[in-house]
Design a protein around this ligand. Sequence first.
Ligand SMILES: Cc1cc2nc3c(=O)[nH]c(=O)nc-3n(C[C@H](O)[C@H](O)[C@H](O)COP(=O)(O)OP(=O)(O)OC[C@H]3O[C@@H](n4cnc5c(N)ncnc54)[C@H](O)[C@@H]3O)c2cc1C
Length: 436
Amino acid sequence: MVKTGLYIFSNDLRLDDNPALRLAASEMDQLICFYADDNNPSSEVHQGRGGRSGRRNQFLHESLTALDNNLQHYGHRLVFRKQPLTDAVAELISLHNVTHIYGSINVGRHSNCQWDLLKKEHPTISFQQRHSHTIFNPEDLPFTVDSLPFTFSKFRRQVEDILVDFPTPKPKSLPPPPANLARENTVPNLCDITPGSYFTGGANIGWAHVNQYFNKGLASTYKTTRNGLDGMDYSTKFSPWLANGCVSVKSVIARLKLYERDFEQNESTYWIYFELLWREYFQWYAHRHKDRLFDFSGISLVKPQTSFYAERYQKWCHGNTPYPIINALMKQLKATGYMSNRGRQLIASCFVHELNLDWRYGAAYLEQQLIDYDEASNWGNWQYLAGVGADPKGHRKFDLRKQTEMYDPHGEFVKRWAGNQTDSELDSVDATDWPV
Ligand SMILES: Cc1cc2nc3c(=O)[nH]c(=O)nc-3n(C[C@H](O)[C@H](O)[C@H](O)COP(=O)(O)OP(=O)(O)OC[C@H]3O[C@@H](n4cnc5c(N)ncnc54)[C@H](O)[C@@H]3O)c2cc1C
């Protein structure tokens, strides 16, 4: 019997360092490379506003187009369906007699539900998933995922000396697609590309960016520059390609090690690894806590004393609060789909501690906007800042005035992003809806 595999791409939009794809390549007679886009947000608090901004969509589509181009060197096209994964897969199974399904393991709540459903609905099919979004596999860790250390520091101390595996190379070839596959849809052309993005999706462009970052020697000063607010060079900007899986985290670490061997190893180069360990921590945190990643009380037992105020929320989203630095950051996010780590800390702190808003709405807004949206990193960081996550200190409140003095001392950032066009009142109505 002919073995026909279906490879489901998700946040692993690349051919190299993709263990499940390599497995499929070695086991199957025929292969279908597939992506389903059902644009489904991970939490219920999106209020039907759809899952992705135009910028985020654009980066994803560029990444899919690049993957499709790379697959063409292997005699393949990326089969693309804009519909729920379970429906699309059911159709492909019956059209092409699929016998095996492969894909990466990821923390996505929605995607895991879909995989569970697929397994239930197609009991005769063999399913294989592998980790590709993390530095380590569960068996490399000195603890079980269920006993993940409570704090990042404890996690880091236990894992930072573990030798990181080399990334797996691209498969030399892929089994051919089934003969009748030519009629399937491939990635559609994007008609609404918005100019002016800092970033373009795809593995080749992602790698060009990673290489130029190291070639410019920027890694040697990362620790001193990483808290900048604007520009391409103060931090690595690897996150959009890492989040979409155009570039794997293990490959980035291999590149960092080369830099340390051939050019320089110092505190800054270590700090890049340190930050990648934060990312790693949040991945295992999400695997460990599953649905509690989206819970109002997070992994703590206490619900925060915050609520939802529509007017404040709108003002925060549109950069129209009494805080110029927050306004500038929110406008930068809307225009580019990206914001610095310092910026994200400030807007999240403002959301929770100044505006007293329910942190989940802030996380959901960033999920829509960020081109580097990563379920584990976004929701994990929000929990941390809202005081319901992995923070031994309870919560992180930033003094916005002091932070502005420190990170935008000459007001250039606020000026560039028109942060001073503020609304000096936070609320135009009081709690009983009377104008204030
Ligand atoms: C409220 C909030 C929401 C966030 N949402 C996301 C998100 O959706 N996706 C995302 O990738 N990061 C998220 N981060 C983490 C961090 O802000 C971004 O990874 C970083 O700003 C990306 O820019 P960079 O690649 O230049 O980072 P660099 O400073 O160059 O760091 C290198 C890499 O380390 C990882 N990293 C750095 N800091 C963190 C961190 N705190 N948590 C997890 N990983 C980290 C990223 O993969 C990053 O690319 C969030 C942080 C906060 C405070």
